[in-house]
Design a protein around this ligand. Structure first.
Ligand code: Z5A
Length: 213
């Protein structure tokens, strides 16, 4: 595909949404076409699934297997209807969470087989793959405190036990270690401006030599 896909990943409160917004604006100022979106979401179906997954809008919480499938269903809709067309016409996509969230949360967090989840991801995404993944790493207590300070209450997944959040953070770091050519790990405990500079440096270091930006 002609375009370029950058995904932001990491535990809650790492600053993914903040940094995705800033990066998208910086890339636009370079004259690039940029699509900024999020998972779960980015389509009508995906936003409906988001309400079911985070706020129990179906009237009952999904079981863990249904949760994994619903994230992948939202992903399939986003990839096929939005991301693949954008990337094919050469746009840049800045994505707040993607396939690695399923591996970290449903795999390392909930305990499903990471290999099975990789196969589900692959079915959902088709040929869409991130060119670069920025892992904004924060200890769970820091990230959850930030998220709580912002919204005042915890959603269904944020309310999971501390051990779940510890496992998924470790999972992310393991995923990054296994694919160093795709991941850049950024210490997101630093002030927002410092994280922003690290994000821009990572994008330029990794994607400029490839003639991408
Ligand atoms: N999930 C899953 O389980 N499986 C999947 O496959 C997918 C997702 C795709 C999505 O929730 C949930 O779904 C998420 C994973 C799960 N679960 N949880 N829990 P979401 O998208 O609503 O929430 P999130 O991704 O966890 O985002 P968040 O809590 O909004 O965090 P964030 O985007 O990383 O941070 P932020 O919104 O940019 O910043 C949070 C606050 O911190 C805000 O007040 C900022 O001003 C502040 N902030 C940001 N950066 C800094 C720095 N550097 N210092 C201090 N304060 C900062």
């Amino acid at each position: 595909m002609k375009g370029c896909l950058i995904s932001f990943e990491g535990p809650e409160g790492g600053g993914k949404s903040t940094q995705a917004r800033t990066l998208a604006a910086a890339l636009r100022s370079r004259g690039l076409e940029v699509l900024e979106t999020r998972e779960p979401g980015g389509t009508k179906l995906g936003e409906t699934v988001r309400g079911i997954l985070q706020n129990d809008l179906a009237g009952e919480p999904p079981c863990d297997a249904a949760e994994a499938l619903l994230f992948c269903a939202a992903r399939a809709q986003l990839c096929r209807n939005v991301l693949a067309p954008a990337l094919s016409r050469g746009a840049w996509v800045v994505l707040d969470r993607f396939t690695d969230s399923t591996l970290a949360y449903q795999g390392y967090g909930r305990g499903f087989s990471v290999d099975t989840l990789r196969a589900m991801n692959s079915f959902a995404t088709g040929p869409v793959r991130p060119n670069l993944t920025l892992l904004l790493d924060v200890p769970p207590e820091t990230g959850l405190a930030r998220a709580l300070a912002r919204s005042g209450s915890k959603d269904r997944i944020e309310s999971a036990p501390a051990e779940f959040h510890r496992r998924l953070r470790e999972g992310y770091l393991e995923l990054a270690q296994k694919e160093p050519e795709r991941f850049v790990v950024i210490d997101a405990t630093a002030p927002e401006q410092v994280v922003r500079d690290r994000v821009m440096a990572a994008v330029d270091d990794r994607l400029r030599p490839a003639g991408r930006c």
